[in-house]
Ligand binder design. Structure first.
Ligand SMILES: [Zn+2]
Ligand SMILES: [Zn+2]
Length: 347
């Protein structure tokens, strides 16, 4: 056969031309000379085909993968081997060499490509939001009818931080760009609504109370008419605290435990325990605080009663003993609480 390009007549023909002429223009792989990779300088996320995705790969690995993704291997090549190497970094550009080996029509060939991979560092949409202090929800930490104690603020800060740390693995907007310390309570600004709700629930779990959400229209998308809302979530912790005396369903109860779903309180007359669900706690009235408990010395005792001196006017007061109080003795000091002019002996 005669090769129309080189005129030779004794070589293997590939189509219309000889193998040598065929190989002159043959390439094992195709790869662009310049490749760009966009990554987020804050969280290392990577932009690919218009989409940001999380990537915790080291820079080198990002470069290698960019090379791999851009290589197209010619279908006619067999047994190909492709070596990737980063020669050097020049600023944000990696100067790379791609060496390809392969066989085509039984002949081994090798070729080298110089490729520059430029890394563009920018901020992904999530990190841009974080940078600008973006937030979707505000948690209003309040107490019903009383001031919040410093220990409660301290605890609340800790609960908020702990919840956000836990959420951050799944939600990059689980952060608190701002805390407003107001007289009536703290406002915690939370990046996402999802994490905001988690924070509110964690606070409820710690302190009890009631949660209420109120959305506020922030702006409106003129083209779609859709509103952009920010959600204010108030968590109102109760006025009563563990150790306080409350009135509930005409009974006087001592609060023993406050949980996320219920309040446990014990009747100070009968020792009977009551579990009050949160939805019913609105009717609870605080009648005495823990600090109102007084102490008195026992001056005499019968099998069913003791006598103490009224701490205010030193008059003698008879108190009935409950079953679990029978081992109180003369000379002991007991806890009492005065409610409606009547003294109750506490356990
Ligand atoms: Zn030829
Ligand atoms: Zn980012």
């Amino acid at each position: 056969m005669f090769c129309p390009e080189c005129g030779s007549t004794d070589k293997k023909m590939i189509g219309d031309i000889c193998i040598d002429c065929f190989l002159k223009d043959f390439k094992i792989i195709e790869i662009p000379e310049n490749i760009q990779v966009t990554i987020c300088k804050h969280c290392n996320s990577k932009l690919e085909e218009g989409k940001w995705s999380e990537s915790n790969l080291p820079e080198e690995e990002i470069i290698y993968r960019a090379l791999e993704r851009n290589i197209k291997i010619n279908d006619e090549v067999e047994n190909e081997i492709i070596d990737l190497e980063i020669e050097q970094m020049k600023g944000s550009t990696a100067e790379c060499v791609v060496v390809a080996f392969g066989e085509v029509y039984g002949i081994s060939i090798e070729e080298t490509h110089d490729v520059n991979v430029k890394i563009i560092r920018t901020a992904c949409p999530t990190c841009s939001k974080v940078q600008s202090g973006y937030y979707e929800s505000v948690i209003q930490f309040r107490a019903d009818n009383r001031e919040i104690h410093p220990e409660e603020y301290e605890k609340a800060d800790e609960v908020v931080q702990r919840t956000l740390n836990k959420q951050y693995k799944k939600d990059k907007l689980a952060y608190c760009p701002q805390i407003s310390k107001l007289k009536e309570g703290y406002d915690y600004y939370i990046g996402s609504l999802k994490s905001g709700r988690k924070v509110a629930n964690a606070l409820k779990e710690e302190f009890g109370g009631l949660i209420k959400e109120s959305p506020r229209l922030i702006s409106e998308d003129k083209s779609t008419g859709k509103g952009l809302y920010r959600i204010w979530i108030s968590i109102r912790i109760p006025e009563f605290e563990v150790g306080d005396f409350i009135e509930y369903e005409n009974k006087i109860l001592l609060v023993e435990d406050i949980g996320k779903n219920r309040v446990v309180a014990v009747d100070i007359k009968t020792n009977k325990k009551h579990t009050i669900p949160w939805k019913d706690t609105e009717s609870i009235k605080v009648i005495r605080k823990m600090k109102d408990v007084e102490k008195a010395g026992v001056i005499s005792k019968s099998p069913t009663t003791i006598q103490i001196l009224d701490p205010v006017d030193y008059s003698v007061v008879d108190l009935e003993l409950k079953d679990n109080q029978k081992d109180i003795n003369i000379g002991d000091e007991v806890d009492i609480i005065k409610i409606d002019d009547y003294y109750y002996l506490l356990n």
